[in-house]
Design a protein around this ligand. Structure first.
Ligand code: MTE
Ligand code: LUZ
Ligand code: MOS
Length: 751
């Protein structure tokens, strides 16, 4: 089944924030943001801007009616800088004008006198200064200190990982419209309608029941709109409250790149101990997370790094510590994988390091240490593992040894082109690691013509969640998907939503929809039972628009059943609540069962490096992926392909560059390169893992949004392997592997 949005997407008819028709009298906002990364604000001069054509109002921190604060986890993020600035791009003032152009023109006329303070951009420097946003977190399994003493081989090293720009096609934005009695309706391009509602209420001092947030769909979020859509909605809300006019703000690309946070860069240390059979006996890792200037979602991102620090491997002795370091960069935030990829890169680096010293392929160490059923993760949960099966099935289908031999043969005969192969196993936990967030609600109406409307807390951002939710309703009722409409995500219809994140939206909101539809169907079948004289509702089903009794078609249509039930005054609506059962986590001992289940897979990645120019191509990504039982293979394959390409982009060409003054240099599409059609892998082959275990996923169809991104990490190690067949020197573990960096590693003596 196709994504239900495909027709309107291709025709350009799908509605995004910028397609919402504007109300008469709408004004436009634009932000004046800090030109420097750290300083004391001496004065702000808005007088020239106020005199500009079309300017209705200029707003600074002192004008806010509510609290000047949007920090969700830690209250350390003013909406508008007050007294100090902490990063380049931090909003200081809002200009509201009669057109977008006039607002932007006037914002350029604002000046601020800011006395510079020391700028820190390095997380290790922040940690040395004890500038941590929350206390460090540690996971311990077994006893690493004792285990290292017994290890025959111990290797230590350091890794550097850079950030990643989300580059959703639709930039951040919001549109606030005043309602009666001081209320507001806010359209926002957000993954978290409730997070936006809370932020808006805080800065306007409105109670939540007076603020309605509505989301049709996003042109991509990738985590960048889990928390960071809040500021723009709050800015529009404040401007609407003060002008009593609708206010819209859709960021330009360079504003978005400059002012919003990205994937967290990390600097990390590892120590790995193995026995002579290549079993990993002990592993220690220390992560320095570059959180940026405010907390945002950094602590849970940091936690997910710890949760994924051993990836798909069972290691009996683990100590992992993570520091949440405050720097003068825009606050970094959620990004597909949410810290998991950062944890995985470090263990993969440690394994590659050990393999090099042993003179074996990293895949030998990887394979011998895969986690098995019943093995314990460092956080106490026991694995129901598909790590070995996905590896075995990938190897059977794609023949790792043959792929390696093909590369070796090629390399023996080629001086300046070298091929490299790497394997990337992935194990990713599904559930928000904050247990209370794992809940969702669904509101289902069956109308008297038999058509069905569904509302949930899930936000459609291209990942196909609405398609899956429509499929759930259609499957439970036995009707056509075309008879189900999934409506906008709206805080009046669905309250207190968790953001659409953690890959869990289809599971949580799909399960709630399933519960609501089950209830309505059972009521309808009670009516049908009498009409078609069935013994039990269990004998009934709906197919092709008719009610069936014991698989035998009756003359009762679905639509007439619905109308008859309505005439009998049966309730045709239901609001259902779902909370993932069985999950818990206790931070006092850092143990528990935080995940509903894990998604596993194994990818084999092959690349060719041009050793004269440093350029490379990804020849193939061949993976065996654990779908559970996919309820929509087309959507899931799209997620896998997109995730792989986004992961490869992070590992190879995407380079976020801040200078020492904390100014973003890669601030436009001319200086920040993402994968395009020419740089995607020439081949992506996906094998569906054959497994029939039960899980807590919707219809057994496992979450797929984030896990495939981490297959992309294999591209880094494949490039590294290709380089190693050209030169004797081994590259460090420092991503992304841009062509420039590849070249420097190919000719280390010249650099
Ligand atoms: N796919 C598209 N096309 N656009 C997106 O913004 N976000 C990813 C992933 N796939 C994203 C995407 C991220 S970060 C997450 S957490 C999941 O989708 C969220 O949706 P799900 O829970 O429905 O999988
Ligand atoms: N967001 C969040 C997430 O708040 N908690 C999580 O555990 C998470 N995991 C992945 C992506 N977003
Ligand atoms: Mo995704 S990082 O959970 O929005």
């Amino acid at each position: 089944m196709k994504n239900i949005d495909s027709h309107s997407h291709v025709r350009g008819e799908s509605i995004y924030l910028d397609d919402i028709p504007l109300v008469e009298g709408t004004l436009f906002a634009c932000v004046f943001d800090s030109p420097i990364a750290h300083g004391k604000i001496k004065s702000i001069d808005t007088s020239e801007a106020e005199k500009c054509d079309g300017v209705v109002r200029v707003i600074t921190a002192k004008d806010l009616i509510g609290e000047n604060q949007i920090g969700g986890i830690v209250p350390d993020e003013p909406l508008l800088a007050d007294g100090e600035v902490h990063f380049c791009g931090q909003p200081i003032a809002i200009v509201v004008a009669t057109s977008e152009e006039l607002a932007r023109k006037a914002a350029k006329k604002i000046t601020a006198e800011i006395e510079p303070l020391e700028v820190v951009t390095d997380p290790r420097v922040a940690a040395a200064n004890s500038d941590l946003i929350v206390p460090p977190k540690t996971f311990v399994l077994g006893d690493t200190a004792a285990a290292f003493m017994d290890c025959e081989f111990v290797f230590e090293g350091r890794t550097e990982q850079n950030g990643q720009e989300h580059l959703y096609i639709e930039t951040q934005g919001a549109y606030a419209v005043p309602m009666e009695n001081g209320g507001l309706k806010v359209y926002s391009s957000t993954q978290g309608p409730t997070a936006v509602q809370r932020a808006v209420c805080r800065v306007t001092a409105l109670p939540m029941h007076k603020v309605e947030v509505d989301v049709q769909r996003l042109g991509g979020g990738f985590g960048g709109k889990e928390d960071q859509a809040n500021a723009w909605a709050a800015i529009c809300a404040v401007a609407t409250q003060l002008t009593k006019k609708p206010v819209k703000y859709a960021l330009h690309r360079m504003e978005d790149m400059r002012m919003t946070g990205k994937r967290h860069p990390y600097s990390s240390d590892y120590k790995i101990g193995l026995d002579k059979n290549l079993k990993i006996v002990a592993y220690e890792a220390t992560f320095y997370q570059n959180a940026g200037a405010a907390c945002d979602l950094s602590p849970p991102v940091l936690e997910r790094t710890l949760f994924h620090c051993t990836n798909s491997y069972y290691i009996p002795n683990v100590t992992a510590t993570a520091y949440c370091c405050r720097t003068n960069l825009p606050p970094n935030t959620a990004f597909r994988g949410f810290g998991g990829p950062q944890g995985m890169f470090v263990i993969e680096s440690a394994i590659a390091h050990a393999a090099e010293k042993f003179g074996v392929s990293a895949s030998e160490i990887q394979r011998r240490n895969l986690i098995d059923d019943g093995d314990e993760f460092p956080y106490g949960q026991k694995a129901e593992s598909e790590a070995i099966t996905s590896w075995t099935q990938a190897d059977e289908k794609y023949d790792l040894a043959a792929l390696q031999k093909e590369a070796d043969d090629f390399n023996a005969n080629s001086k300046y082109f070298k091929k490299g192969v790497a394997v990337m196993p992935v194990c990713f936990g599904i559930s928000f690691t904050k247990t209370p967030m794992n809940q969702a609600r669904s509101l289902v109406h069956v109308y008297t013509d038999g058509s069905v409307a569904v509302s949930t807390g899930a936000v459609e951002m291209g990942q196909g969640v609405n398609t899956k939710i429509a499929q759930v309703a259609a499957t439970v009722f036995g009707i056509d998907v075309a008879d189900v409409k999934v409506h906008t995500t709206n805080t009046l219809r669905i309250a207190n939503t968790s953001p659409t994140a953690a890959s869990a939206a289809a599971d949580l909101n799909g399960k709630a929809t399933q519960l609501a539809c089950d209830t309505i169907r059972n009521r309808l079948f009670e009516v049908a039972k009498e009409l078609v004289e069935a013994a039990s509702i269990n004998d009934l089903s709906v197919r092709d628009g008719f009610v069936f009794r014991n698989d035998e078609k009756t003359s009762l249509t679905w639509a007439s059943l619905v109308m008859e039930a309505h005439l009998q005054r049966v309730n045709l609506s239901e609001h259902a609540h779902y909370a993932t059962p069985g999950i818990h986590f206790d931070w006092t001992n850092a143990k528990g069962h935080p995940f509903a289940y894990h998604v596993y897979g194994t990818a084999i990645v092959g690349v060719t490096v041009d050793c004269l120019r440093g350029r490379y191509e990804v020849d193939y990504v061949k993976c065996c992926h654990d779908f559970g039982t996919s309820m929509n293979t087309a959507v899931d394959l799209g997620q896998i392909e997109g995730g792989i390409v986004q992961g490869i982009g992070w590992m190879t060409m995407e380079e976020v560059v801040y200078d020492a003054d904390g100014r973003l240099r890669s601030n436009a599409l001319s200086t920040y390169k993402v994968p395009d059609i020419y740089s995607v892998p020439k081949e992506i082959d996906v094998l569906q893992l054959e497994t029939s275990r039960n899980n807590l996923a919707i219809f057994n169809s496992k979450a797929v949004g984030e896990p495939p991104l981490m297959y992309g990490i294999g591209a880094y190690f494949a490039i590294r392997n290709a380089i190693k067949s050209f030169t004797d020197r081994s590259p460090g573990f420092d991503c992304p592997f841009t062509p420039e960096k590849v070249l420097l590693n190919l000719y280390p003596d010249e650099s």
